[in-house]
Write a protein that binds this ligand. Structure first.
Ligand SMILES: [Zn+2]
Ligand SMILES: [Zn+2]
Length: 152
């Protein structure tokens, strides 16, 4: 597994923000500062933050945002497929990277690791998926213990 930097490049972030604003406009959804900030927090790193993580960051900038608002906004962004839900039901995390990729999820610490596919070398089941239509997302999750949680 390749190591990944947690932050993304400014170029990539502005691309993701432009995509977000365009999608909101297309759906007639107002781009409120709060919604934008919550999206940006998820989209600006590879850390797959939880709702609580997002809340901690957004609260720094917007003192009157509530955890409940963050939960609801993340849920609606996920329903709109602007971000992805990853992790387990009780330790839900969010992903702003919409490129098809799978995840390794540690069932001990809940850490989420990205696994990217080489498009030319996709696994057979994925090729089959493409025969049904256009694949936008893959929700493949590998579960186990990550290196940090394995006994030394
Ligand atoms: Zn772990
Ligand atoms: Zn991911």
């Amino acid at each position: 597994m390749q190591t990944q930097s947690i932050t993304i490049s400014p170029d990539e972030l502005s691309q993701r923000l432009a995509f977000f604003e365009e999608e909101c406009r297309r759906r007639g959804l107002r781009v409120t500062e709060q919604r934008r900030e919550i999206f940006k927090t998820v989209a600006s790193s590879h850390s797959h933050p939880s709702a609580e993580d997002v809340f901690a960051v957004v609260r720094e900038k917007m003192a009157n945002v509530s955890l409940d608002t963050v939960y609801r906004t993340l849920a609606s962004l996920a329903d709109m497929e602007l971000i992805l839900r990853v992790g387990t039901a009780y330790k839900e995390r969010f992903d702003g990277d919409l490129r098809p990729h799978a995840h390794f999820i540690c069932s001990k610490c809940g850490e989420v690791y990205d696994i990217f596919y080489d498009k030319k070398n996709m696994m057979l089941p994925l090729r089959e998926a493409f025969s049904f239509g256009d694949v936008r997302q893959i929700c493949l999750q590998y579960k186990g213990s990550c290196k940090k949680c394995m006994p030394h």
